[in-house]
Design a protein around this ligand. Sequence first.
Ligand code: NOJ
Length: 743
Amino acid sequence: MKRFLFALFALMVSMPSLSAAEKSAPKESEAYKFADKLIKKMTLREKIGQLQQFVPKKGVVTGPDGGVENIEESIRQGLVGSFLNIRSTKRMHELQRMAVKESRLGIPLIFGFDIIHGCRIIFPENLAMSCSWDIEAIERSARIAAAETAAIGIHWTFSPMCDISADSRWGRVSEGSGEDPYLGAKISAAMVRGYQGKDLSADNTIAACVKHFAAYGAPQAGRDYHTVDMSRFMLIDRYLPPYRAAVEAGAVTAMSSFNDFEGVPASGNRWILHDLLRGELGFKGFVVSDWNAVHEMVAHGTAANGKDAARQAMNAHLNMDMVYGDYIKYGEALVEEGEVSEKTINQLCREVLAVKYQLGLFDNPYKYGSQNKSEVIYRAENLEFARELAAKSMVLLSNNGVLPLKEGVKIALVGPLADNARSQLGSWRGFGEAKRSVTIREGLEARFGKDNIFYAKGCDFRNAIEGGIEEALRVAENADVVLLSVGLSHKESGEATSLTDISLPAPQQALLDALKGTGKKIVVLLGTGRAMDIRNEVEKADAVLLTWHGGTMEGPAVADLVSGDKNPSGHLSISFPYCVGQLPLHYNMKMTGRPRKSPQHNSKYLSRYTDAPNEPLFPFGYGLSYTEFEYSDLKVVTPNVSMGGTVKVRVKISNTGQCAGEDVVQLYVRDLVAETTRPVRELKGFERVSLAAGESKIVEFKIPTSDLAYCHSDLKVRADSGDFLVWVGADSNAKLQGKFAIR
Ligand code: NOJ
């Protein structure tokens, strides 16, 4: 029965066509009924306790300050509802026992952790995974992560990050799914499904968290934690879809972002947290602040002190204060002084209790972490899957025929990422262990034989090492080809890693130059968590394979691709700029009044740079293969569609090369005349297609007219009748064109 009710609840949350008011009231759900009953027994102090999350002194540090002493006493008094960043199952169970057995009402704690792209088995960083365009595989990665996480004792991950970003100066592009709302939405929803499964109370599912709400992916000038200045129109039109999709997939928690929106920090912004998230998107779970984000309203200059910050956040509908402690310090006084109503506290508290209930914590508070870990963690088939996903995420950017390598080839493997077990795990490694990483060196040795791999580090990421270049030249002498594994370290990816220069650091460029002097063929293996300016490397190398930070199984995945055992099939989910000055850069830029490719293209007065092209070095959607794909016979099956109908477009794709391969067929549209300015192109469909050499397939896309809806000047999202262009191909520059109209 309980299961049925949860499924019903999830279904209600996921019904996009109903307005929030039409959806069944939360009271109807078993979880809310339970919470309401419990709240009646709670003191004000206990209720506020449920709204406080702490990190213990010895917890993992993922932000400034924080770390409370004497947490045992707080638990006994019911003054803490949640912890984040505890690694030990034993410790979590001890604390849980205190909460359940020694606090007055025995309300269980909820433990959270950043499981961002894997728990023990680390998958490629999220930006990399999104380049697989394989939604099922991404869902499966979250499923595996959830099972491993639950077995460690954690109930809740702070993922998926749904922030659209088109600015690779911002290190956190690595945690998202790139620049496109359509692809981003598919991935966010898949991750929520993967984490939460069909039954949140099962011992292999965990709560997901839609973050960072909202618009965190657009900090000014790419500097982390910086101001976001964005119109509501832009938020709704371009940034909202991945958050919306995650909510509709049933995510039970969300996280407020560090940034301000329209001048009000998100954690105190009622329009963001209440009107938009709950009213418009229909979110029914609870919202946790980001680390210290409530108190940081003081630094933002919109709260006078911690008490004022807590007042604003509570009234904005922010349920849980992460780390700093302003809720527990000032909550009671705020109610006593009439600044926050007890009704508000009840609402905030019931939403937290309902999620704990749905997780099954009131039934069995020790269920998570009691599984037989060895049956769940590092399962062989999951490691194999991580290898497949890593290979699918890698993108072949250039190749003059040097790849795939010939059998028996002697390889000089050089560079700071070639044998770097830690960096390949990326910035968030959850419970990942470098000792379990299979490095590129190990992967190549296993595939090509130890005797055929000559390794030299060459340099550090940002420093030369004495004799490093000489050693690299020595190993290159004995080899037929040089694989140069360069890029950025895990410390240059993720939070607080903004860069103004996204080119390859100088010592690594010097290494490339020195090796180029040998006349040997050079394959650059680019390891990074962001798009980079790699003009120089593309010009000098014979091939560039974007390997990203590929996770635990990066090494075997690289070996699979360079050997030709597998064919590269990843496609970029973020544009690689020609130079940093183009940022932010995305393919779905708006039309302007003076587009560069206009009939007057010889005029000076057009929207363009005078020292660089407008175009990226590699566009969104781009990726090469060892075979050739040809697109033909584009047919718009439904040139005239009525509103509410479905646009059908067919295309033929043929593998005209010598080996089997997979391509990502992409469909883009342009709305020719709309009420508000539209992007030059927008992705509206994609499909991964697998073809044997010589094989052809017809791919049919079905696009409901509701997918062509856009934000109007009244901030309402709806589709209009009118004419559209459509393109299908292998990247965002797809040439095959057709047209259709909604009548
Ligand atoms: C700050 C980050 O912005 C957020 O993504 C993360 O979940 C929290 N710290 C907790 O570690």
